[in-house]
Design a protein around this ligand. Structure first.
Ligand code: GCV
Length: 658
């Protein structure tokens, strides 16, 4: 491991603190937990690099000052923002709140020596999104099918082991520190599929959650909890969980009051209701606004928020029924409720209409409910993008989502109050199983802070922090293997936006027809003549019409639909010519050969970096490249063979297809 015992230092190795640790610093701040963290970080860095830090007192000869903004100067900073200036040899960070000072310190760490050169006019940095959150799909007790972490590819849970909260929370502390350094300020600590043991976290086991919250608080992070909608019955012994029932309302109010006695700054609840078997308001003939609002009312006196997930669809559909389209479900369920959700209820919408596929259009629900608070949910855990055995840096995908303009005007990133990622972290010493998947976590945090940021610039930051002082050859190599890795993954898996084609259940590896005759609503409809799902308004399911213009028009016709989404929106013949000039069938063959070649090349580049990377980290990635290549070849051969056999159209370049 890099430089902190048996745990990888990720983007906070000691050497990243050289510039701040060798300076004379002054911290003028309150004595809240984040201010203590600022001081402790500097004290620690100074001990290693020979600098000195003092609290309060005069500014004397300080080279770095962190202090509260004067009343008249902090107006533009908000609770979490900070201003940076440099004048006369002193770099100054000012903030209205202690969390702003913490983010300011980590910004100075990112800048390194640049923070201490020349002069700097006042720069204001503040997060665009108020909530920058990770949802952990962690079970407290190991689930017989899903294991400790549902869709987790990095070992066990950071928070839970042996059916209870871990006693030793050092790793959680180190995690909080990493999250603060990329701007994340909220963590939900348990799975949205709330099983019986996990349900009890809300009541008699809240002390375990409080212990985690205590450790995350110094890093400016509020703790949230996933709860079951049926809690009044499961935990309270009531005969109903009907949100309009007075006893149910009282139960939530009381239970929530007790939560706040244990955790004064508790963030709130996350709820998956009427989704994939979880209970919800439909059982009582109530709407999802009724459901969310009963929890919102309980949280409101304490400043808490309910994140209500929009992932509501029929997972028991008949594949013979061509009129039902899973992609339509969230929009159909939720848009009629716009304006009915309480002010402290946030609708948490997956970025695409299906389920975190490598390519989906942006969900039409984003931007369609102007009177409802919105959080966009992405998936850092790589359920459908290689399960942290494949390199797949998702920065460009998330950036595309955040820059998407639902009606041609304001971008998704500016419409949202929050950005949420399903966490990709576990108790693996490298945090993320695949060490390069750390880049996804870092990029997520930075894009949540600034959705307009260039993801490649964020990757530069991650590379520089993770490998301080490394030669350009390492940065070039890392860019070479990460920059295009999402596109590479897309090339060798399901083509042109059609999605799925994964093995059912665990979702790893190819199975073209794995979900074709299933109740989950995830189909490609390939036959001997063509492939794809007709979601047009004219002849298909009507999904394309859920978009505002210009997108409704763009997606409606195969002539204007972007190539990469063609099979999501249209069923076309294999000979259909794409904007690229290739036929659909030739595109499928070519991209699958290219995808594998790109993995071979990335593996070669990585091998050439052995002298520049910590040996354990290098070996872990090298080993995963072997699996990625094996799997990519399997994808290529299964997809190409399937479509050759269906269509009978040979590869125009005569390559081997089985
Ligand atoms: C937590 C997908 C995953 C499930 C997950 C669900 C969700 O269906 O496969 O494991 O459940 O999404 O987002 O709730």
């Amino acid at each position: 491991m890099t430089d902190s015992g048996d745990l990888d230092a990720a983007w906070l190795p000691s050497a990243a603190f050289r510039a701040v640790g060798s300076r004379r610093s002054l911290v003028r701040a309150g004595d809240g937990p984040p201010a203590e963290t600022v001081y402790a970080e500097l004290a620690d860095a100074c001990e290693r690099f020979g600098g000195r830090v003092v609290r309060d007192g005069g500014d004397g000869d300080a080279e770095l000052v962190l202090e509260p903004a004067g009343d008249d100067l902090g107006d533009d900073l908000g609770d979490e923002g900070f201003a940076l200036t440099r004048r006369g040899g002193t770099t100054t960070v000012t903030a209205s709140g202690e969390r702003g000072l913490l983010y300011g310190l980590f910004h100075v760490v990112r800048l390194g020596e640049d923070a201490f050169r020349g002069e700097r006019a006042r720069e204001v940095h503040r997060p665009a999104l108020a909530t920058r959150m990770l949802d952990h799909w962690d079970n407290v007790a190991v689930h017989p099918v899903m294991g400790q972490v549902e869709r987790g590819y990095a070992g066990g849970s950071l928070f839970w082991a042996d059916g209870r909260a871990r006693g030793d929370l050092d790793r959680v502390r180190a995690y909080g520190r990493l999250l603060a350094a990329c701007g994340i300020n909220a963590v939900a600590v348990n799975n949205v599929n709330v099983h019986e043991t996990e349900a009890r976290l809300l009541t008699d086991r809240i002390g375990e959650v409080a212990a985690i919250a205590d450790v995350l608080r110094p890093y400016g992070i509020r703790t949230h909890l996933s709860v079951t909608f049926a809690a009044p019955m499961v935990l309270g012994g009531l005969p109903t969980a009907d949100p309009l029932d007075g006893a149910v309302r009282d139960w939530w109010a009381e239970a929530t009051g007790r939560v706040y006695e244990a955790i004064g700054d508790f963030g709130g609840y996350v709820v998956k209701a009427d989704s994939e078997g979880q209970p919800g308001p439909f059982a009582y003939g109530r709407s999802h606004a009724d459901g969310a609002n009963v929890l919102a009312a309980a949280l409101e006196p304490y400043g808490g928020t309910v994140h209500w997930r929009a992932f509501v669809y029929d997972h028991r559909q008949d594949w013979r029924d061509r009129t039902t389209d899973r992609a339509r479900a969230a929009y159909d369920h939720f848009t009629p409720l716009d304006g009915e959700f309480a002010p402290n209820a946030v609708l948490q919408v997956k970025h695409g209409p299906m389920d975190f596929q490598v390519r989906e259009p942006v969900s039409p629900l984003i931007g369609a409910m102007p009177r409802t608070r919105l959080a966009v949910e992405v998936q850092a855990t790589q359920e459908y993008t290689g399960q942290q055995r494949h390199v797949c840096w998702l920065g460009p995908m998330w950036s595309e989502v955040l820059r998407f303009r639902p009606d041609g005007g304001v971008s998704a990133g500016r419409l949202a109050d929050g950005l949420v990622a399903v966490s990709n972290v576990g108790d693996d010493p490298f945090w993320t199983g695949h060490p390069l998947a750390q880049a996804n976590l870092y990029t997520f945090g930075r894009l949540a802070w600034d959705p307009a940021a260039d993801p490649h610039a964020v990757l530069d930051e991650w590379i520089a922090l993770t490998h301080p002082g490394a030669p350009a050859r390492l940065a070039d190599g890392l860019h070479a293997v990460l920059d295009g890795s999402w596109s590479t993954y897309e090339k060798y898996t399901a083509p042109l936006g059609v999605g799925f084609m994964v093995q059912p259940g665990h979702h790893y590896g190819p199975s073209v027809d794995g979900y074709e005759y299933s109740p989950w609503g995830t189909y490609h409809f390939a036959d001997r003549d063509g492939v794809g799902v007709d979601r047009s308004a004219a002849t298909g399911t009507g999904y394309a019409a859920q978009y505002a213009d210009p997108w409704a028009k763009v997606y409606e016709s195969p002539e204007t639909c972007p190539d990469e989404l063609l099979l999501f929106f249209h069923h076309v013949p294999y000979g259909h010519v794409l904007h690229s000039g290739k036929t659909v069938i030739q595109h499928i063959y070519d991209t699958h050969f290219e995808g594998v070649a790109e993995v071979e090349e990335a593996r070669r580049v990585w091998a050439g970096l052995a002298d520049l990377v910590d040996p354990a980290r290098h070996a872990r990635v090298a080993e995963r490249y072997e699996e990625q290549l094996r799997s990519a070849r399997e994808w290529r051969d299964q997809i190409n063979s399937y479509f050759l056999r269906k269509s009978g159209v040979p590869d125009e370049r005569g390559r081997t297809i089985h």
